[in-house]
Each structure stands twice: as C-alpha cells, then as structure tokens.
Write a new protein. Structure first.
Length: 447
C-alpha cells in the first residue's frame, strides 16, 4: 500500500519529533549541568574568601587577647576544645576533623542519606562555625580542609536546586574548586582532584573539574587580587646542594609526616589503653589536648597557635625563628587533630614542614634559606597527605618558585616512599573508612 505525499510528510515529521525529543532533553540536561557548575563555582569562591577573612580575623583576635592576658589560654583553650568536641559529637558528627575524608566518603557510598548528611549545607554551616571557634581559642587548625567540605556542599546544593543528578564528579569538582579558592592555586585544585578526591579519575569529569576550578579561581582573583599565598620566593639551589638536600629532606620529612598519620589513625581506631582515651572520655581528652596547645603557644610566643601562616611566610621569605618551632607546631597540630574537633591540617602541616626546613637550613648555611625551607615543607606535607603532585603544585603556586619545582618533586617522591614505609595507609582515605562504616551497606574503601 503506497502513501500519499501528504501522509508521507506527516509520517516523517512524527519520526523526526520522536528522534529530536531525546536529543533536546539531553541538551537541556547538559545546559542545566553547566549552569549548576558555573553558579556553584562562583558561590563557593565567594564563600571561601569570606571564610578565609573571618578565620584570619578570629586568629588575630585570639592573639590580641592572649597578648593582653598571657595566661588566659591555659583556661580558655582547654574549655573551648572541650566545648567544641562535645558539640561536634552531639550535634555535628559529620563536621568533625578535616572535611576531606567526608567528601571522599560521600563520593563512594551508595547510602545517599549518609552522603547527603556529610555534604549538606547544614553540616557545612556547622563546620565553618566550629572551625572559627577553634581558631578563636588558638587551635592548630587549617581552613583548607573545611573549605573543601563546604565547597562540595555548595556544589551539591546548587545541583539539587537545578535538578541535576549528583555524581561523584560533582563532589570532586566542588572539593577541587575549594582548594583552588582557599590557596588561590587553580593548578593545585586540579592536581588535588586527581590525586586525592578521585581514586579512579575518569576522563568524562575532567571538564567539570577544570571548569569549576577555573571559575572559583577567577572569583578569588577578582575579589582578592593576584596575591601569592606565602609570598614570592625566587631563590634556587645549586646542583650539588640539591643532590644532598633532597634525600635528607625527603627521608626526614617523609618519616615525620608518616609518623603523624600513623598516630592519628592509631588513635582513631583504638578502643582501649592510652590510645583509647579519646573514645572513653572524649570531652576530657579534648580539654587535655587544649591544655597542651595552650602551653605550647605560650612557650613559643604564640607561633604555634592557629594555622601557622604568618610564621611560615616569614621563613619562606628568609626570616628566622627558634628551632623549637617545628617540633612544637607538630605537637600542637597532633594534639588538635587527636581532640576530634573540626579543622583542617593543610596549613598546619605546611607550617610544620617549614619548621623542619628551618632545621635543615642549618646544615646548608651557605645556601638560600628560603629554598631549603620549601624542601622541608614539601617533604613533611607529602609525608602526611601522600599526594606528591598536589604538594609540589601548591608550593610552586603559593610561593611563585618555579625554579624549585624539580628539587621539590625529587624531595616529594622520596618523602612519599618513606612515608609509605612508616604508615602504609593514606591518611584521608583511611579516615574516610570511618565515615563509610556508618553506611548501609558498609563500603570497603581501598587505598
């Protein structure tokens, strides 16, 4: 039976509509996803900068108060530590610690209820407030880890608002953009996404990650200006010094960073003995940690309180400080982390690394001190987080030290190998298991 020309045209139009509808729907979904990514990146860039300003102001206020009443931290810091840990355990369990393990866990669990709690705006808000409170008491915490969790929460919220499906790529993009905005380091955001947030990096999320990082970086650049986080360091080292200094820094810094990670993981899992005190009497244990932080701060004229940013920048730019700064900052950061209070370890770890570099520069008195400091920072930071590419990119971007990239890479690779011998597990992935254990069904997170 033959069709008339009119019927044939109608039939073809119907077939075309049926084919075009799925294509149009796919294009609409893609448009919504792009709008969500752009909007989320802009918002999280603004929030990251505001959080940085508030956090820095909180630390300055604490230093001012401690300057007027030198022994007040002995009472204030333990009390605040205890109060924050009590509040965290009672009302904000998903806001504890760094924030990066929560983002990793949320991206790898099939329990959407648990994932939503870990990267919700409500959790993010509590994270910001509690981290600021810790800085108001001199806690040795960083703001970069919390920024990652908050940024992931903002990205998830925007995607839900525009009815865009939430995938692991959304969380990775949000977290990576948070790193870029916190340090003003776009390349480090991409590196962090590849090395730490994404266990198996997929090509299909590359554009999503890089787009979010670029936009949040532009927001940071537009609002805060083209600043270099730790100041410019244009010094380099001669080849013979590099050949001697990189293995020394890599071995020592990697071992110390691995020891830090091992102690944190041991405490997080212990249920008995001295290591189990944090679970049996968490609030009392937090107060004891606060007392240690207070006394260390008083003994070092306040240099171990807070993120350690000012002291680190001073060392990078060629300043001098007591050799006790490195060990004291390590102990203050360890005590703060073990307390279970919210707060990151990025900036404090870089500060400890600067303290290690401060030791190492005594071995090379005729070489550029700032360059040796960078090697110490790279070694210890990699020893803790086991992400050498991220560490080198962060340090090269935050110090504008392109001439030190190869020595830092050599140091980072040695530190990574040494750290793996001291602590086999990667810190963030191992801590993420604690959150994944709450999922239904539990998730086995491989490292």
């Amino acid at each position: 039976m033959s069709l008339s020309p009119d019927r044939m045209r109608r039939h073809l139009r119907i077939l075309w509509r049926r084919r075009a509808q799925p294509e149009a729907a796919a294009q609409l979904r893609m448009l919504r996803r792009r709008i969500a990514t752009v909007t989320g990146a802009i918002l999280l860039g603004i929030v990251a900068l505001l959080f940085a300003e508030i956090a820095d102001s909180a630390h300055e206020l604490f230093l001012s108060v401690a300057g007027s009443w030198p022994w007040l931290p002995v009472l204030l810091t333990p009390a605040v530590f205890a109060g924050v840990v009590y509040a965290t355990r009672r009302w904000a369990a998903e806001a504890s610690g760094s924030g990066i393990p929560q983002v990793i866990a949320a991206g790898r669990t099939s329990d959407r209820v648990l994932a939503d709690r870990m990267v919700s705006l409500y959790t993010a808000g509590k994270k910001l407030v509690l981290t600021v409170v810790m800085l108001l008491a001199g806690g040795s915490v960083g703001r970069e880890g919390p920024t990652v969790q908050v940024s992931a929460a903002i990205m998830v919220w925007i995607h839900k608002l525009l009815r865009v499906p939430i995938t692991a790529g959304v969380l990775i993009a949000g977290g990576a953009a948070g790193v870029a905005a916190a340090f003003n380091t776009p390349l480090a955001g991409v590196a962090f996404a590849i090395e730490e947030l994404a266990a198996a990096y997929e090509q299909r999320i590359a554009v999503l990650v890089m787009g979010a990082v670029m936009i949040s970086g532009l927001v940071s650049l537009g609002l805060a200006g083209d600043y270099v986080y730790f100041g410019e360091m244009g010094q380099t080292l001669p080849l013979h010094t590099v050949l001697m200094a990189t293995p020394i820094a890599g071995i020592f810094g990697g071992a110390m960073g691995g020891l830090f990670s091992r102690l944190v993981l041991r405490f997080s899992r212990a249920t008995s003995g001295f290591f189990g005190l944090s679970r049996k009497r968490p609030v009392l244990f937090a107060a004891a940690c606060g007392l240690i932080v207070a006394l260390l701060g008083i003994a070092t004229a306040g240099s171990t309180w807070g993120t350690g940013y000012a002291t680190t920048r001073d060392l990078v730019e060629g300043g001098d400080i007591s050799l006790w700064f490195g060990p004291a900052k390590l102990l203050a950061t360890l005590a703060t982390t073990l307390s279970g209070a919210p707060g990151g370890i990025f900036a404090p770890s870089l500060a400890v690394g600067a303290g290690i570099g401060n030791f190492l520069k005594e071995l090379f008195p005729n070489d550029a001190a700032g360059a040796i400091i960078l090697l110490g920072m790279a070694a210890y930071f990699v020893g803790v987080i086991r992400a050498p590419f991220t560490a080198v990119i962060i340090l090269s971007e935050t110090t504008a030290s392109r001439g030190m990239i190869l020595p830092m890479f050599a140091t980072a690779l040695i530190a990574d190998a040494v750290s793996a011998l001291v602590c086999r597990e990667r810190l963030y992935s191992a801590l993420a298991r604690g959150f994944l254990a709450r999922s239904d069904p539990p998730v086995d997170l491989k490292h």
